[in-house]
Design a protein around this ligand. Structure first.
Ligand code: SF4
Length: 230
């Protein structure tokens, strides 16, 4: 691994963030560390997903955010704009957070995979989301670990099965275990719920409304959980 390896850059930035303050050579502000990690991730080629994507979509939010919400991967809009959770699912998430009484500024959003994986639709006009392989999720994991290290959220929320299974184990089932606090060293409290995109795919309006309500209830629980942790 060369000294210019993005992973080397990320781990150097994390080491710096951990170092105790000792004058001019001491610890840098977490925001600067996060920015350095973001720059390193921007040139990552640790798996093949960068080849067909527009750009790395790194997480967004501030260090010290109370909540970190982790999805699977950026979607079409996110890939084009280079920002996570800004498409239809992101808008649904924002509205649900507001309904649950969670301030959007208290939330850091990111994905387990930072490049958009897709295949062309039959007529080649649309880019269809493709599930990332385990090897791609594993290759991308150091970036998420770096984000966790700097942001240090009080509550980590896995959005959907891909995020939950990659962070909480292959046996984790969102359908059965959503809303349960999971024992993990990733954050003081870790829970999982559905990905907002699954609500958008509901078969009809009634089902969508039910699923949205359940999602908001999960977020309200997450808000209460954060208050219980000091
Ligand atoms: S998906 Fe992750 S590991 Fe793969 S190239 Fe992109 S940033 Fe690197």
């Amino acid at each position: 691994m060369s000294s210019r390896s993005p992973f080397r850059l990320a781990s150097r930035a994390i080491d710096s963030a951990k170092r105790p303050f000792s004058g001019a050579e001491g610890r840098r502000a977490p925001l600067a560390v996060l920015s350095e990690i973001r720059q390193a991730a921007a040139v990552c080629k640790a798996c093949d997903l960068w080849k067909n994507a527009t750009q790395t979509v790194f997480g967004e939010g501030k260090p010290g955010a109370i909540f970190m919400m982790v999805g699977e991967q950026p979607g079409d809009s996110e890939d084009r704009k280079g920002r996570p959770f800004i498409g239809p699912a992101g808008r649904l998430l924002d509205n649900a957070l507001a309904e649950a009484g969670i301030d959007r500024d208290d939330v850091y959003v990111t994905n387990v995979v930072k490049h958009f994986k897709w295949s062309a639709s039959e007529r080649g006009k649309r880019r269809i989301h493709k599930k990332p392989r385990d090897s791609e999720i594993v290759a991308c994991r150091p970036w998420l670990d770096a984000e966790l290290e700097v942001v240090k959220p009080r509550v980590l929320v896995c959005l959907g099965a891909s995020a939950a299974q990659s962070l909480l184990g292959k046996d984790f089932r969102v359908s059965r275990q959503r809303g349960q606090v999971v024992d993990s060293n990733l954050a003081p409290a870790v829970v999982a719920t559905v990905h907002p995109s699954s609500i958008l795919r509901a078969r009809d309006e009634e089902s969508r409304s039910e699923q949205l309500n359940d999602f908001i209830q999960d977020l309200k629980f997450v808000a209460r959980l954060a208050k219980s942790i000091k």
